[in-house]
Design a protein around this ligand. Structure first.
Ligand code: NAD
Ligand code: TYD
Length: 350
């Protein structure tokens, strides 16, 4: 079998970058073409340490740009596509839904079409459990749960899933869909719950908990998500969707309290200092109450299991943010954006 040539879109984001690092270690033979528009959420520092050469290249590009995609597909002879590129934040989708439709739905269709034109062995669409909508106090999302998205973000991701499925049924494009629960771990952009709360604890700022804090999310370490994607990409049945989750449900308020306690412990603050920063704020409109994933299919069919427990993963994540303060400080200050404008301005003139 010849080595894979992977097009990883959205590779400079949180999960994309962790996935690229995972593949680099697990399959050194694979050539990885990291493709990312470097929006506010894309950060080349997330890919620091990967060196351009025989098995790695970064391309700044838009999944909505068919011409740019054509060039990459033909120059690189792409064999596998993993599509992480998306607008990913629910709150932003409530403030401005248009870009979510444009990138997540139209962009995915343009990427699928490029993959079809050039022929690939596999196309994996990275989706989310949020396409299933919201659960009551019991029950789990299975792959048979009807898709019923509630936010503009999840609706746009569901639209992309439908297109990936349709490209399989209509054009025989070998697509696969993964639907994962909430991720946590290194390099997560500080607009999402865990890094936002962590950084606010460190900065002594209020910890804004939406509603009553009893909304439940099912948390999975990002490296377990990366390993699941690799398994589905290699051995999943084309045309199928696979749920990914770690049976790790927590109400938001419990997570915030745990993070607050961990920060106090790690930074030598008196116990309770950070927890006192908790501030309940107006709920998110249409806030899904509970997500919980049944990942029996990927476990039984493909033999995947997560390796991280929350007990190990959460303190490790707190330590990562403590050790990588310069990473998040640059994001918060917006300094990194100026850096990219300068760097890419110069590169494009070459
Ligand atoms: P992220 O916002 O950190 O990263 C998204 C990346 O996509 C960024 O690097 C951004 O620059 C890039 N991008 C955006 N628009 C683009 C475009 N038009 N062309 C090329 N690149 C573009 O998001 P994330 O949390 O890493 O999520 C990655 C994927 O995983 C998304 O598709 C998301 O829906 C899905 N997902 C996320 C979670 C989670 O908990 N974060 C859970 C399940 C699924
Ligand atoms: P988030 O990280 O935005 O992920 P998602 O909405 O995709 O699940 O939010 C996780 C949960 O945390 C969600 O129930 C909303 C809640 N939340 C807060 O209570 N406060 C916040 O400041 C943020 C960002 C999220």
């Amino acid at each position: 079998m010849s080595a894979r040539v992977l097009l990883v879109t959205g590779a400079a984001g949180f999960i994309g970058a962790n996935y690229v690092r995972h593949v680099r270690n697990a399959d050194p033979q694979a050539r990885i073409v990291a493709y990312d528009l470097l929006t506010y959420a894309g950060n080349l520092e997330n890919l620091a340490g990967l060196t351009e050469g025989d098995n790695y290249r970064f391309v700044k590009g838009d999944i909505r740009d068919a011409k740019a995609l054509d060039a990459v597909f033909s120059d690189e002879k792409i064999t596998h596509v993993v599509n992480f590129a998306a607008e990913s934040h629910v709150d932003r989708s409530i403030l401005g839904p248009e870009i979510f439709v444009d990138v997540n739905i139209r962009g995915t269709q343009i990427l699928l079409e490029a993959a079809r034109r050039h022929g690939v062995e596999r196309f994996l669409q990275v989706s989310t459990d949020e396409v299933y909508g919201s659960l009551g106090p019991s029950g789990l999302f299975t792959e048979q749960t009807p898709v019923a998205p509630n936010s503009p973000y999840s609706a746009s991701k569901a639209g992309a899933d439908h297109l990936a499925r349709a490209y399989y049924h209509t054009y025989n494009l070998p697509t696969l869909i993964t639907r994962c629960s909430n991720n946590y771990g290194p390099y997560q952009f500080p607009e999402k719950l865990i890094p936002l709360m962590l950084i606010n604890c460190l900065e002594g700022k209020p910890l804004p908990v939406y509603g009553d804090g009893m909304n439940v999310r099912d948390w999975l370490h990002v490296s377990d998500h990366a390993s699941a994607i690799e398994v589905v990409l290699a051995t999943g049945r084309v045309g199928e969707a696979y749920n990914i989750g770690g049976n790790n449900e927590w109400p938001n308020i419990e997570i915030v309290k745990r993070l607050a306690a961990l920060v106090d412990e790690r930074t030598g603050k008196a116990p309770g200092t950070s927890e006192a920063l908790i501030t309940y704020v107006t709920d998110r409109p249409g806030h899904d109450r509970r997500y919980a994933i049944d990942s029996t299919k990927i476990r039984d069919e493909l033999g995947w299991t997560p390796t991280y427990t929350f007990e190990a993963g959460l303190p490790e994540t707190v330590d990562w943010y403590l050790e990588n303060e310069s990473w998040w400080r640059r994001i918060i200050s917006g300094e990194y954006r100026d850096y990219y404008a300068q760097m890419y301005g110069e590169r494009e003139r070459l």
